[in-house]
Design a protein. Structure first.
Length: 406
């Protein structure tokens, strides 16, 4: 694979980071792209001869996606499926332009529906690129709304049911195992447990962005995040007890809007359900997980909270997670009785784990637990539920048929 690179910066992984990345099929198109970046004086670029698969392999190794990505669909048999796989390794803010040799209106419309900004038919020219990619304004000439990340809220029916433990490990799974870029927002303004579970300290970034919501931009928000690795970022606060929140209501929506422009998933750890931030979290959530245990109180609260969460304009799909956060075995509400009372079954029931969870939380690490149907396996299932990846059973089924699931 031939590549042309100009004046890069390097990430902590040693892989070079570019603002403009292109993978094209032929030398003529490569030469046009080289002329375009020189004409526009673009300093950070990566141009390569390669396919969509080459683009996916390259993008999966860099910490930050480019501002502009151009891919050639010449050798793609299933372009929509290939671009869907490409989207999994790109941040939502990436502006994708596809190249092809077919002047196909149906394909063009299909590409726009999945978030591609434009589709250009070869032969490519510098003038066509200049009309499409506005380097000065940092955007592709708009054809449709940009793709945005998903906001996922986790809430508990009562304290101690393990909401933060589950939410944080789902975030860690999405970042480390599925290579998504994840922002974790701990809405407990007086210091939630998530920071200590990651082994990091809060910088009060959440109060900063909520207090300055009228002058926020993506760069401002990113500076308030605390990184845990290359793909997981924390936004939290640790106000002094007794101090009043220094911001007005309604500020959370703008923060989430900016985060969704740069992250595949924004995980909201909803702490105090009476806090105005909790209601705001549910208003902007595209999915909610309600964590309960098999106690009478938790069962009653699950009924009330499901009504509270789903009785709003966005009506977010809400799933119940039953978590066995302690070793008690006697006196629990039976699973069938819980389902009958609440009116729906739990999506998953997570068994009690005696050692691995406590050790991991104290060390700020991922749980070292491999039991069948154990904690980590259920976290993986929730992750698959969000990303649409097939379960192990589904993968085995498709493999037996000799099929690839798109």
């Amino acid at each position: 694979m031939s590549t042309t690179e100009f004046n890069f910066t390097k990430s902590s992984t040693g892989i070079r980071v570019a603002d403009f990345i292109a993978f094209v099929n032929d030398r003529k198109t490569e030469q046009v792209l080289k002329a375009f970046v020189l004409d526009q004086a673009m300093p950070h670029t990566h141009i390569a001869i390669g396919s969509v698969d080459d683009a996916i392999a390259y993008l999966s190794k860099i910490e930050r996606s480019p501002q502009f990505l151009l891919v050639d669909l010449h050798d793609s048999v299933m372009p929509l499926s290939d671009l869907g796989r490409l989207a999994e390794v790109c941040e939502p803010s990436v502006q994708v332009v596809a190249l092809g040799e077919r002047n196909d209106v149906g394909l063009f419309r299909s590409l726009l529906k999945i978030g591609v900004r434009d589709y250009l038919v070869k032969p490519l020219t510098v003038e066509l690129l200049k009309r499409t990619v506005n380097v000065a304004e940092g955007k592709v000439s708009p054809v449709m709304l940009a793709r945005a990340g998903k906001t996922i809220a986790f809430a508990g029916t009562r304290g101690g049911v393990g909401t933060t433990t589950i939410a944080l490990n789902v975030a860690r799974h999405l970042a480390e195992d599925t290579h998504r870029r994840v922002a974790y927002v701990d809405l407990n303004l007086y210091g939630g447990a998530a920071n200590s579970m990651l082994g990091i300290q809060s910088n009060n970034g959440l109060t900063d962005v909520l207090q300055n919501v009228h002058r926020l931009d993506p760069q401002y928000v990113e500076r308030t995040l605390v990184a845990k690795g290359a793909r997981l970022f924390m936004l939290s606060a640790e106000l002094d007890y007794g101090s009043a929140p220094p911001f007005e209501g309604g500020a959370l929506g703008r923060v989430l809007e900016l985060l969704c422009d740069s992250f595949h998933y924004v995980i909201l750890d909803v702490g105090n359900l009476t806090d105005p931030l909790a209601s705001g979290a549910f208003d902007f959530a595209s999915r909610v997980y309600l964590v309960a245990d098999r106690s009478v109180h938790s069962t009653r609260e699950a009924i009330r909270l499901l009504r509270f969460i789903e009785d709003r304009d966005n009506n977010p799909p809400t799933s119940l997670l039953l978590n066995n956060a302690n070793a008690a075995s006697a006196g629990k509400v039976q699973a069938a009785d819980f389902t009958s009372a609440v009116g729906r079954a739990a999506l998953y029931e997570i068994p009690f784990e005696a050692r691995a969870i406590s050790i991991a939380e104290n060390l700020g690490e991922a749980p070292n637990e491999k039991a069948p149907n154990g904690f980590n396996q259920n976290i993986t299932r929730i992750g698959h539920d969000l990303t649409g990846q097939p379960s192990t059973a589904e993968r085995t089924f498709f493999q037996k048929l000799g099929l690839r699931r798109s």
